[in-house]
Design a binder for this molecule. Structure first.
Ligand SMILES: *Cc1c(COP(=O)(O)O)cnc(C)c1O
Length: 819
């Protein structure tokens, strides 16, 4: 055992906790903060951390997963679970941090600490790639850099490690001291300081000073003077400093940056002579991150030619899992980020969350974990795969087959990736979810290529973490106990169907709503068990609605009567939702019809009114606040009439996204969250607080030079009096890029620059005026992203983000990312 052995009684002492122990010898190896991700329950300690919800609510779930050790603040659990160990503390988060500090102090480990606005994770991963031949490295998993992520990262340190690389991220003042105490870096790297995330700080200087606190006790501080101009040189941390910049006086003075064919050549002056290196990247962010790594290698004492040799072998880091459509109706989860057991557990959780296929296959390479023998490692992996209900394992590598008997389900083994690829035509993959996870050297990219459908070069990327972030944002705005109905109509506002519903189900929304029955049926077939409201239930679909346990919105007496007819003699308490028209004048009962509706509902055993609801017409617009108030009042009056005839109380709801943000009074029992999930809210200035969920990208197919007076596209609408240069990209109105964007109205981003359309938008293609910039065939063109936003596109053609999103046609492939 390379980690100190922590018995639960020892941890109780470290935390100074009031303990109730039934098994003092219980050994703790894993710290768990999410009851859904449990690796080895017997050796896990669950921290009941509260964020939007009280962490104690998850104790039950953790208990059901066989966890028996808990850190809590509420002693009533002592008696509830009598066979568990409980540590009672004043603050669960502080306890987690304290334990991490204690653990850190057991090791005299050389450590690199990284902070900055961008690039932390990439720099950390690249330094790992650059230094792994010389050290046993322990590093933050993924981008674990918060006040929770940092303690969990540091907890991984064991006696074999010779170097730690940890990142730290903060969002407000007075946060860094604690992270510095947990990480205790001897070497500090400041990546950069951007304008982003400035909310928690009063100025850029304040932000910088806070970030630099990570480095206050470092021996060596690596930075660019370009990012620290707000402070005096004497205020810089570190006993020694190493600077990089294109300006005079830097230790590494960059004198040339030349992108050539996908690579980038850097030249610099270092110790009075010219040196160079090659980076296998050409984008701006990678070049900067590469310079930071270059500076770090030199500052650590590597010779320039050594540094060059290592840098040119850097490989791309994708920190996210990708979910894509595969061959034969498979869903493919591609994860080649890292191949250790904790990232495997995260990937398996994601696999488990996507229920669209009953069968789950994992294609796994051998893993390399320091400090574990193979038998222990594969026993743990086999347990994990069983626990996550994997049906089939395809193991790749020379040794994994030796442990075949540990896996109690279908298995196949191949000596290497080539052997798998040769056998591929005879292997059957059909209607299953496949996780592809391999260590870098196994080149599993080749496998995921075989398994995925060919991707047409226009893709809509959906960031599932951002969507969860937006869900949490609204959770924090609603009062405790208020339920959430997530609106997933129209393919989740264009973003997808079961992929999104599975995510929302996993993150425990209470209800889903779709527009039509067939959308609901598709979700049921993909394993969605949440209740689903259907807003426009066609009569012809009633039978299917009942068969799939979908809940119709009832908006008129006619539809109510015909639904009653469709129910069989055996149906009792069938859930329905009553829609009230409080002013939208679209669908719903008017005040005048309530009388007749009441008569039908009173004592009706066949139906159960699950909810009564109405819809606000202008919840986000201040000039209509009087009307919104009137709608809320009217809804309350009408719903009260109905409730009076029922012998139970249905859920009441009226607020959509901007209703949640602006009308606390409208939250009632449930809210209907739509566009906010996807990153927009008319009630928030610039959607502040929300994250960008979707990015639409396409590709340049051809570049042409035009002479003066030539024209572009149909009807010669694109004119170039002075001539110029155009690029044709693979997106047109059939993909959802409206014709209204033609003739310069719309713009796209290529290589970081905005360029206008020229001529009319065609069915499958669009031409862009790129006279001013450098573009070649194959370059990426961004239709919208964080920087060039959907809001901007909507403004350009006088519409609303809803329409831009839902117009993106189904032929545009969706790729989902999950960290
Ligand atoms: C679409 C819809 C919503 C969601 O509205 P957002 O503005 O997207 O939040 C809520 N209620 C009903 C009835 C809807 O049709």
């Amino acid at each position: 055992m390379l980690k100190p052995i922590y018995a639960i009684s020892r941890i109780a002492e470290i935390l100074n906790a009031d303990a109730k122990l039934v098994d003092e010898q219980s050994v703790i190896e894993y710290l768990v903060i999410d009851s859904r991700s449990v690796l080895v329950p017997e050796n896990s300690l669950f921290f009941a951390l509260s964020s939007h919800r009280d962490g104690h609510e998850f104790i039950k779930d953790a208990y059901s997963k066989d966890i028996r050790n808990f850190v809590i603040t509420d002693e009533k659990y002592f008696n509830k679970y009598s066979n568990c160990n409980f540590l009672l503390v004043g603050d669960v988060l502080k306890a987690l941090q304290k334990l991490a500090i204690y653990h850190r102090n057991q090791f005299d480990l050389k450590t690199i600490g990284i902070t900055g606005s961008n690039g932390k994770t990439i720099v950390k991963e690249w330094l790992y790639q650059l230094l792994i031949t010389d050290f046993n490295i322990v590093r933050s998993p993924k981008s674990y850099n918060s006040k929770i992520g940092v303690p969990l990262s540091v907890w991984q340190i064991d006696a074999e490690d010779t170097l730690g690389i940890f990142e730290a991220g903060i969002s407000a003042v007075n946060e860094m001291d604690l992270l510095a105490e947990i990480i205790q870096p001897q070497i500090g790297i400041l990546t950069n300081i951007g304008e982003a995330h400035a909310e928690g700080f009063s100025s850029k200087r304040e932000k910088l000073i806070e970030k630099l606190k990570l480095f206050k006790d470092t021996e060596l501080f690596i930075y660019s003077p370009d990012y620290v101009s707000e402070i005096n040189f004497k205020e810089l941390p570190g006993k020694k400093q190493f600077s990089w910049s294109s300006k005079q006086g830097a230790d590494l003075r960059i004198i040339a940056v030349e992108p050539i064919e996908g690579n980038c050549y850097l030249r610099a002056i270092y110790q009075d002579r010219e040196i160079e290196c090659m980076l296998p990247f050409k984008d701006k962010a990678s070049i900067e991150n590469g310079m930071i790594c270059w500076a770090t290698l030199l500052a650590l004492g590597y010779a320039p030619d050594q540094a060059d040799l290592r840098l040119e072998k850097l490989s791309h880091v994708s920190m996210r899992l990708e979910l894509k459509n595969g061959i034969n109706q498979c869903s493919i989860i591609d994860d080649s980020y890292s191949a250790d057991i904790s990232s495997l557990a995260i990937a398996l959780d994601f696999l488990n969350q996507q229920n669209q296929h009953p069968k789950k296959t994992v294609i796994l390479s051998e893993l390399f974990e320091t400090g574990k023998d193979d038998l222990d490692l594969y026993t743990e992996i086999a347990d994990l795969l069983s626990q996550k209900k994997v049906n089939r394992l395809i193991g790749i590598g020379p040794h994994i087959a030796n442990y075949a008997t540990l896996f109690k389900f279908e298995t196949q083994f191949f000596n290497d990736t080539n052997a798998f690829i040769e056998a591929f035509p005879g292997l059957h993959f059909n209607h299953e979810t496949i996780l592809v996870k391999g260590a870098r050297r196994f080149e599993f990219g080749r496998i995921s290529k075989l398994l995925t459908q060919k991707i047409h070069d226009t893709v809509l990327e959906i960031d599932l973490n951002a969507m969860v972030g937006n869900l949490q944002f609204y959770r924090s705005k609603i009062k405790p106990g208020v339920k959430i109905m997530a609106m997933v109509k129209a393919f989740s506002y264009g973003s997808g169907s079961f992929e999104i519903a599975n995510l929302l189900q996993f993150h425990k929304v209470d209800y889903l709503a779709v527009a039509y029955a067939d959308e609901g049926i598709a979700l049921r077939k993909a394993g969605i068990t949440l209740p689903i409201m259907v807003m426009s239930p066609e009569e012809s679909a009633f039978e299917a609605i009942i068969k799939h346990n979908l809940e119709p919105e009832i908006y008129s007496l006619e539809i109510l009567n015909s639904f009653l007819n469709a129910l069989s003699d055996y149906d009792f308490n069938y859930p329905i939702h009553i829609k009230i028209d409080s002013g939208m004048h679209r669908l719903g009962f008017d005040n005048a019809e309530i009388e007749s509706l009441s008569i039908l509902l009173k004592n009706n055993q066949r139906l159960k009114v699950q909810s009564i609801f109405s819809h606000l017409v202008a919840s986000g617009e201040a000039e209509h606040d009087g009307f919104t108030q009137h709608q809320i009042e009217k809804f309350k009056v009408i719903s009260t009439k109905l409730i009076n005839v029922l012998s139970y109380k249905p859920l009441l709801h009226i607020a959509n996204t901007s209703g949640i943000s602006r009308w606390a009074d409208g939250q009632m029992d449930m809210v209907r969250l739509g566009i906010g999930l996807y990153g927009f809210d008319a009630a928030l200035q610039n959607n502040r607080g929300l994250q960008t969920v979707m990015v639409l990208k396409t590709t340049v197919t051809q570049v042409k030079i035009l002479d003066a007076g030539e024209t572009v596209g149909y009807s010669r609408r694109g004119v170039m009096p002075k001539g110029g240069k155009i690029a044709t990209v693979k997106i047109g109105y059939a993909d959802g890029y409206s014709r209204a964007f033609g003739n310069g109205v719309g713009k796209m981003l290529i290589n970081g620059q905005l360029v206008p359309t020229i001529g009319s938008i065609c069915m499958d293609m669009t031409m862009l005026d790129i006279t001013e910039i450098d573009v070649k065939a194959g370059d990426e063109a961004i239709v919208f992203n964080q920087q060039h936003t959907i809001m901007q596109l909507a403004d350009d053609i006088n519409t609303i983000p809803y329409e831009i999103l839902t117009n993106i046609s189904q032929r545009v492939k969706r790729i989902y990312f999950y960290e």
